[in-house]
Design a binder for this molecule. Structure first.
Ligand code: GSH
Length: 227
């Protein structure tokens, strides 16, 4: 019997979204509870070792366990709903895990870029992101998905980052994938998938624009088509 799952989320969090894409893709039942990360409830502080989302509460007849770290939650959900979305070959799987971790670094760098107060720092962060994207491009198969023709766990892990880059393009006109055609194609494929589209609340792009304004970094001055 599958355990009852409750995902603790924050609407804007790309790391939570990684888990949601897998849950949706594999049609696994789950409840989602949103918290305000700026004002986290006491019960959340008590169960989240790092004070971060995502947290997955796994309820079995033997009791409730708590999982944290998006890549671990992705793998757990994948393992309880076979067949696995990870490639079977141990070497490819290991490489995918490494690149999933790299994706977390890009998300961190992206946050650094949008929250930098000074233009020079923002530009440095952008350069660092572009370098990381170039490395990712070199590792990508060039097919519809990272490894080729099949949707794997790594694709679910990168969809939230690619969605944020798409938001930036919509909101500022800046295309950070302009020099990485394989990633640009990958983004088009992933962002058209129902499991990716259904992995976020409606109108997330507007919440993202509001977050950019609230962060009040240099990047916010690039917002063009929204007030
Ligand atoms: N390495 C973590 C990163 C998760 C993360 O950074 N979550 C952010 C929200 S997107 C968070 O909870 N931040 C609150 C904090 O760090 O205090 C994962 O992959 O799950």
């Amino acid at each position: 019997m599958q355990p009852k799952l409750e995902l603790i989320s924050f609407k804007l969090c790309p790391f939570v979204q990684r888990a949601v894409v897998v849950l949706k893709h594999k049609h696994v039942d789950f409840d989602i509870t949103y918290i305000d990360l700026a004002n986290p409830p006491e019960w959340f502080k008590a169960i989240s070792p790092l004070g971060q989302v995502p947290v997955l509460k796994v309820m079995t007849p033997d009791g409730t366990e708590v999982l944290f770290e998006s890549s671990v939650i992705q793998e757990y959900v994948d393992e309880i709903s076979p067949p696995s979305l990870h490639p079977a070959d141990p070497l490819i799987k290991a490489k995918n895990r490494a690149w999933i971790s790299f994706g977390g670094e890009i998300l961190g760098a992206l946050h650094g870029m949008i929250s930098a107060k000074e233009e020079a720092v923002c530009n440095d962060k952008r350069e660092a992101i572009l370098q990381k994207l170039a490395r990712l491009e070199a590792a990508h198969s060039g097919g519809d998905y990272f490894n080729g023709a099949d949707f794997n766990l790594i694709d679910a892990a990168y969809a939230p980052m690619l969605m944020r880059l798409d938001f930036i393009k919509q909101l500022t006109g800046e295309d950070l994938l302009v020099n990485t055609p394989k990633l640009a194609h990958w983004s088009n494929v992933l962002l058209a998938m129902p499991s990716v589209q259904d992995s976020v609340v409606e109108g997330l792009v507007n919440l993202y624009a509001m977050m950019l304004k609230k962060l009040d970094g240099h990047f916010a001055c690039k917002l063009t088509n929204r007030d």
